[in-house]
Every structure is written in structure tokens, then in C-alpha cells.
Write a protein that binds this ligand. Sequence first.
Ligand SMILES: [Zn+2]
Ligand SMILES: [Zn+2]
Length: 156
Amino acid sequence: MASGQIEHRLEQAAAACARSGGRLTEIRRQVLRLILASHEPVGAYTLLDRLKPDRANAAPVTVYRALEFLQSHGLIHKVERLNAFIGCVEQGEHPHHDHAVQFLICKRCGTVVEIEDAGIAAAVGRAAAQAGFTPSHATVEIEGLCTNCHSGSLPS
Ligand SMILES: [Zn+2]
Ligand SMILES: [Zn+2]
């Protein structure tokens, strides 16, 4: 993401936090900026390394607290399979509500795309209900090849 675009997203994020009674403090803003600037999901320890030049005394707990805040305000998602974080395309539109989300994870280049397909979410809900289960959170992670990697791949 271009830096102008990132700054714009950060302003939107700050406004979304304010609307739900939170505050995008400097450390939270820095962590969100690093996530948005990355081309692929980033793990907590990578974030910590990237914070070090600015914050020599940043500890893992500093990063985890910021990530927790950003997640609870609907600004980022955790991609469990990669144990890494990605900016939410909805940017805080649904604070305190983890919207149903699906991730397309490219095995070759590491790109992750967030999609939100109401049909998939409904199907997961129905299947769970049939088993007498009440889901509170459903993330579907799909591994494969992105358009770029697929079209560039040689037949094996
Ligand atoms: Zn999202
Ligand atoms: Zn790819």
C-alpha cells in the first residue's frame, strides 16, 4: 500500500476507534502502520523487530497489547494458519464484532486476500446448527495459488 494511502487508512482507523470509545495511541498507530505497509501478513515478532528502530525498549507484551486492541476494534485480523496479522478491508466498520471472514492464502508468494462471502458464512452457520453447535466466530482459511502465481506457474 502506498504511504499516502496508509496515512489515509490510519486517519480512518483513528476515527473508527474514537467512535467506539477507544483511542488509537501512538504505539497502536505504529503497529497498524507496519501491518498495512506489509505486502503479506506479519507476525508479532516481526512487528517487534520493525518497531525497534523507533522504540528500542518495546517488549513482546507491548506488541501483543496493541494487536489485541486493533483486533477488538475490527482493524486487523489474525490469520491463524500463518500466526500473522493482516489489515481488515472494512477498517473498523464493525468494532467489537468479528465479521465472518475468509482468507485466500497463496502458498507460493504469501499474499493473503480477505473476502467476505455471505453464502459461505451462512453455510457454516447452517452446518454448525445441524450439529447442535452455536458458532461465535468463523474464519475460513483457504490455501492455494493466487492469480499471479497460477498464471506464471509451469506445468509440473
Ligand atoms: Zn475484515
Ligand atoms: Zn501468489
